[in-house]
Design a protein around this ligand. Structure first.
Ligand code: TRP
Ligand code: ZN
Length: 872
């Protein structure tokens, strides 16, 4: 491709937020008649179409991968044109009935978008723009229609036929087929359409809403999996009750269905009344699923359920507004998890995602505001920025308004916009109108990309007993946005005295940072205080503040906020990671302050602390989050420093890990908070014992593995043995494989263990596993477990200086470019950051991107990312 050709293609494919226009036509009703067949599915769509506004424009419908059989306007054969995946019909009446017949090939659909086969079942995925692979349609979220769906299929193979809304009629045909008719009373955009057909086991239950209506709950799983479906059902009932209690929002249909499928590009999908889930977020029993799996199931079931209001009843005007539903729904699912479990631990885990991969995304070639301005392929914008930073923006609103005013804003938003397709601005306006708080400045969070830096200095005036904080903010330039403006940043701070005593609520405040530089003064402060900054991570920013070690130790030991205790430990570790990377580069000996060991030892001994908090403090930041501390990433130095810190802690605190392991080992498996926390801490102890690795340590790890009655403990032992490169690891892997080889979801753990191996032959192992009988290039979960984990979670091996990791990923991406571009486009992430590596690695990474750019049929998904990265 010539440079000129490149630029022109890019311009042709880009869509701009500000170019939004209301639709020329709307569809108020669509009746679908779908005859399912593996290779020749027939779709007859009858739509009621109405012209909007005063114009003579043609009706233009989207369609992809369709065979068009006929087009009728008011039952008469119509003339039409097909141009670039669009169907044009000229001279249509102002109001008419449109009948379109198309044929599709679900069995050949490996992209898992539109109608496809997942194993033996048919299912659909229409968000964002997949409905156009089912029929020609106005495939945009601001066209809201009532849907009816008649599904016909062979009865023996597909006894269960599902779509959105209520089951209204059904019958048998003479040829062995049967049909079911569904009707959804709520107008919806087509991205919320769903259809499922197959043979499933079903778990049934009911939920009675606060107004006394009984809702049928139906959970569909592959035959034989009923014994793994109860937790998902419990989670659904908890979600329904929580949304009533905390948000006053009640379910609106008589039935709520969830279907688990094995082939799915993402986590799950909130289709109205018929959620489709990646089976990973449904199936669990203690033997096969970890505590984290259980937690994720509850979280994702909640997330999709909460979309019923924030996404479905109130939807997005256009896809640039995606964070309207996703940021808000992630905020809601985080609150759900926090109200039901540990608020602090939830916060810590979410903050790790923001500071690690989200900060990386926001400083790289794909950097975009939570409400993007320019998009080529919408599937590329289901990002950490839109979801996780989007949720942080909602959380800041919550912090600024407080729970009462925030809920008042939610109530106004819902009553004002129910049944509409709206914008992020509409949401903020409702929050402003309900609270009376001016959010003009706050809105910049929606338009500005990049991570703001807060630079803070302090000053104590002993004479006037004043403590002063000088706060400066700036946001470094990002891709396509050179100039940045000041943002409204809620900065939560608290003061402690030199004994670690909390100075009281008047010294515990949320400061409103709104200018480039501001000074905040605390009066009547007797001695120089120690300040806890950015409590609970009150804004998604990087913090620059020079702490003395002793102040951090004081916060770790005495802060009344568990979050700050963890965060102070992070700050301390980060300080020594930076220092040691520099020392490594200068060939100097690596060092840690001796008090680190005594303070950390104290944490392990302290019986009053939440065990999960202790586990989180002892978990040294991953190499990829360490990389976020530096502009230029030194892979070897970071790896050496990480090993050094872990080895030092493992050696210094060895006896304590032994004791802590013994005292926290749990009995028979119970899914209760206190045991989950203990298993978490035990897994950290095992890891340090494995790093220490003497015979007694190995014995403990092996017997932990052998006596485990649940997957959490099994994997904790295996993870430790792998990390310590112990000889027992190989036997464990063999036994695990023999036991689980037919269970893909469980085998994903086994693939992840191989992919994160520190051993020098990791890549060749990963390559050989591509032909393992449990692996499949068609299954996104397997791809993420083996290839995604290797390239994103094993930096040291992926970034091997000979470029072998890059070549491997490049080849896989070239292959997936054809079969599943969406998954390819997610797996490419580690290659996009090449700018921050040394020149040798940079050159090798760039070479792989250039090879991809030269692919004859590069998908829009990969084209957008590759061209943005290479244009840097
Ligand atoms: N709306 C879904 C969610 O947030 C996301 C989703 C599921 C999705 N499947 C997808 C997005 C496929 C793009 C493509 O839960
Ligand atoms: Zn969502």
């Amino acid at each position: 491709m010539s440079a000129r050709g490149d630029a022109m293609t890019i311009i042709a494919k880009e869509k701009h937020r500000l170019a939004y226009q209301t639709p020329d036509f709307v569809i108020t009703q669509i009746d679908l008649d779908i005859l399912l067949d593996e290779n020749h599915t027939k779709v007859i769509a009858v739509s009621q179409v109405r012209r909007e506004g005063n114009h003579k424009n043609s009706l233009v419908l989207d369609g992809e991968e369709l065979i068009l059989l006929s087009v009728r306007v008011d039952k008469k054969e119509a003339t039409y044109r097909l141009e670039n995946n669009q169907l044009h019909i000229d001279n249509v009446p102002d109001s008419f009935e449109l009948t379109i017949e198309t044929e599709i090939n679900p069995a050949a659909n490996s992209a898992l978008e539109g109608l496809y086969k997942s194993g033996a079942a048919f299912c659909t995925q229409c968000e964002a723009e997949g409905f156009r692979r089912i029929t020609y349609y106005l495939d945009r979220p601001d066209v809201l229609a009532r849907f009816t769906t008649k599904i016909t299929a062979n009865k023996a193979a597909y006894p269960i036929l599902l779509s959105n809304g209520n089951r209204v009629a059904s019958g048998d045909n003479l040829d062995g087929s049967h049909w079911v008719m569904w009707s959804d009373p709520y107008p919806k955009p087509c991205y919320l359409f769903a259809l499922v057909a197959g043979d499933f086991d079903v778990l049934k239950d009911t939920f009675t809403t606060k107004s006394g209506r009984t809702v049928s709950l139906e959970l569909f799983v592959d035959k034989g999996n009923l014994n793994r479906s109860q937790h998902a059902m419990n989670s659904l009932k908890k979600s329904m009750a929580w949304d009533e209690q905390r948000f006053g929002l009640e379910y609106d249909l008589d039935i709520y269905m969830v279907v688990a499928v094995d082939f799915f590009n993402m986590g799950a999908m909130e289709n109205k009344g018929l959620n489709v889930f990646n089976s990973k977020f449904v199936l669990a029993n203690p033997e096969s699923a970890t505590d984290t799996d259980y937690f994720d199931i509850e979280r994702v079931i909640g997330h999709e359920y909460f979309h019923n209001w924030t996404g479905n009843r109130i939807t997005c005007r256009d896809w640039f507004q995606l964070s309207l539903k996703e940021g808000l729904t992630v905020f809601r699912d985080q609150e759900f998890s926090s109200d039901l479990g540990s608020r602090t631990i939830n916060r810590i885990r979410n903050v790790k995602i923001i500071r690690g991969p989200q900060f990386a995304e926001d400083s790289g070639p794909m950097s975009h505001p939570i409400r993007p301005d320019v998009v080529m392929e919408m599937n590329n914008f289901y990002t950490l920025t839109v979801y996780e930073k989007g949720s942080e923006v909602i959380r800041m609103l919550h912090t600024i308004l407080g729970e009462t005013l925030f809920q008042k804003g939610m109530a106004l938003y819902v009553s004002r916009h129910d049944g509409q397709a709206v914008t992020c601005d509409d949401f903020v306006q409702a929050m402003q109108d309900a609270s009376g708080i001016d959010l003009t400045l706050f809105r910049r969070w929606y338009s500005q990309s990049g991570t703001p830096v807060l630079n803070i200095t302090d000053e104590f005036d002993a004479v006037n007993q004043q403590y002063k904080l000088t706060v400066k903010q700036h946001t470094p330039p990002t891709k396509g946005q050179a100039d940045k403006q000041a943002l409204h940043i809620p900065l939560s701070v608290a003061l402690y005295n030199k004994y670690g005593e909390y100075l009281g609520e008047q010294y515990d405040q949320v400061l409103n940072v709104t200018q480039e530089q501001q000074v905040f003064v605390f009066s009547d402060v007797a001695d120089k205080p120690v300040v806890a900054l950015l409590q609970d991570f009150s804004a998604p920013v990087r913090l620059e503040f020079t702490y003395e070690d002793q102040d951090l130790f004081l916060l770790i030991q005495h802060s009344k906020s568990a979050f700050i205790r963890w965060d102070a430990a992070q700050t301390l570790l980060n300080k020594y990671i930076r220092l040691n990377v520099e020392r490594f580069q200068q060939n100097k000996e690596l060092i840690l302050p001796p008090s680190l060991f005594s303070v950390f030892a104290e944490l392990l001994r302290d019986q009053t602390l939440d065990k999960s908090l202790v586990a989180e403090i002892f978990r040294i930041p991953s190499e990829s989050s360490m990389a976020e501390l530096f502009d230029d990433i030194d892979i070897d130095a970071i790896h050496a420093v990480k090993c050094f810190i872990e080895n030092a802690i493992a050696t210094q605190l060895h006896e304590l890990f032994m004791e802590s392991y013994q005292s926290n080992k749990t009995g028979a498996y119970q899914l209760i908070q206190s045991d989950i926390a203990k298993r978490d801490l035990v897994s950290v102890c095992l890891m340090y014992l494995a790093i220490h690795g003497n015979e007694r340590d190995q014995h403990i790890i092996l017997s932990h593995y052998q006596s485990a009655d649940n997957m959490t403990d099994v994997l904790a032992a295996m993870q430790a043995a792998k990390q310590g490169e112990l000889s027992i690891f190989a036997e464990m892997m063999l036994a695990f494989e023999a036991k689980w080889k037919t269970d893909g979801l469980v085998m994903d753990n086994w693939f992840r263990l191989q992919a994160t191996s520190p051993s020098a032959n990791c890549l060749s192992t990963v390559k050989s596993l591509l032909t393992h009988p449990s692996f499949s290039m068609q299954n996104p979960n397997r791809l993420r477990a083996l290839i995604g984990t290797f390239s994103a979670a094993n930096s040291y091996r992926f970034h091997a200086i000979d470029g072998s990791g890059y070549v491997f990923l490049g080849e896989i991406l070239a292959q997936l470019n054809k079969s599943n571009p969406q998954v390819a486009s997610r797996l490419i992430t580690p290659l996009l950051q090449f700018k921050r590596f040394d020149t040798v690695r940079q050159g090798l990474m760039k070479q792989e991107l250039q090879k991809l750019a030269g692919q004859p049929d590069l998908s829009r998904d990969l084209f957008e990312k590759v061209s943005r990265a290479l244009a840097e």
